[in-house]
Design a protein around this ligand. Structure first.
Ligand SMILES: Nc1ncnc2c1ncn2[C@@H]1O[C@H](COP(=O)(O)OP(=O)(O)O)[C@@H](O)[C@H]1O
Ligand SMILES: [Mg+2]
Length: 320
């Protein structure tokens, strides 16, 4: 498998600025030494509790945020060394679909103009070509051409997310970050949108980073799964491997939070307590404050990634 992205030791530490004097009082340690590859043509599911850094990672990879340090290698070039002009080129091939389709669409624009805008931003001039592309995408995303003359507020949440998806793919990107794309939608609509994303991935040869806090959705859509905790990737594996053989106690806790019929009577680890402070994260393994298997060294040393097999890595001393 070829890597589309290689993310190396990525850190994003947001400074907390004292309002009056403008001094830096501390940092929000949102990403801490993230190492991750995204393979061409896969859907990589990124899962973790709210506040674990998933959106920050997605936004850094798309270069909508500038990380504090690290490398984001896209097709053998570090995105952190690129000029503004080169980044604009990159943005044509990498797009974001966000959670809230109510906020991501300009209410004053007709759908036709919403879909035309990316062409204008990137300097396309051929009106016939643009028009043709817009109509193709409308049909590909399962809508009727009559939506083009309407405004976003005239649609339901699911339909708006279709419009947002249409806009994200209109310049034929190679890579999409879908950040909780169905979390704001009715459960009855979620499957339609997920299935649309799967269809588009096949038809357009997309690579996707699919972010969700919901493991059942991640299980349905992903080829590989990465688990994030307090700004670190703690486990990464192919989907089947992950569901058969997950190793990290945090992954176990996340899986235990998903109800299944067969678990009655089984011993479960349940997540205790709140996510620790991101301004003052625990030393050693960041999960040690909530881990039922905690050992002494977990409190002072941070585990490296141990390879369970070539498809499976875990950041936990239990796998040493
Ligand atoms: N622009 C920002 N400035 C300061 N802190 C931020 C900013 N964006 C996110 N954070 C913080 O970084 C942490 C990770 O946030 P986020 O990436 O949104 O997590 P997730 O998407 O997993 O819920 C949170 O503690 C959040 O409050
Ligand atoms: Mg988020």
């Amino acid at each position: 498998m070829k890597n589309l992205f290689e993310i190396k030791n990525l850190n994003m530490h947001f400074p907390i600025v004292d309002g009056f004097l403008g001094n830096i009082k501390g940092y929000v340690y949102a990403l801490n030494g993230v190492n991750l590859t995204i393979q061409e043509n896969e859907i990589l599911g990124l899962v973790g509790e709210s506040g674990s850094g998933k959106s920050t990672l997605g936004n850094c990879i798309l270069r909508l945020l500038t990380p504090t340090s690290g490398e984001i290698i896209f097709k053998n070039e570090n995105l952190l060394n690129k000029s503004k002009k080169e980044l604009k080129e990159f943005r044509k091939s990498a797009q974001l679909i966000f959670q809230n389709p109510f906020m991501s669409l300009d209410p004053k624009m007709k759908v036709y103009d919403i879909l035309k805008e990316p062409f204008i931003i990137h300097g396309y001039k051929d009106k016939n070509e643009i028009n043709k592309k817009i109509r193709q995408i409308i049909s590909l995303t399962g809508m009727d051409e009559e939506v083009l003359e309407r405004y976003p507020h005239e649609f339901s949440g699911g339909q708006r997310q279709r419009i947002a998806i249409a806009r994200a793919i209109i310049l034929s990107p190679e890579f999409i970050v879908a950040d909780e794309p169905v979390s704001a939608l009715d459960v009855s609509i979620q499957a339609q949108i997920i299935n649309l994303l799967l269809k588009l991935k096949e038809n357009l040869n997309l690579t996707m980073l699919f972010i969700s806090h919901d493991l059942s959705i991640i299980k349905y859509i992903s080829d590989r799964i990465a688990v994030m905790y307090l700004g670190e990737i703690v486990e990464i594996a192919t989907k089947d491997e992950f569901f058969k053989n997950h190793k990290h106690p945090y992954s176990e806790a996340l899986l235990n939070a998903v109800p299944t019929i067969s678990d009655e009577g089984k011993k479960k680890i349940i997540l205790q307590g709140e996510l620790p402070s991101v301004q003052n994260p625990p030393k050693g393994c960041k999960f040690h404050t909530r881990c039922p298997y905690v050992m002494d060294k977990c409190k002072s040393e941070s585990p490296q990634f141990y390879e369970v097999n070539p498809n499976h890595k875990v950041k936990c001393f239990l796998c040493e």
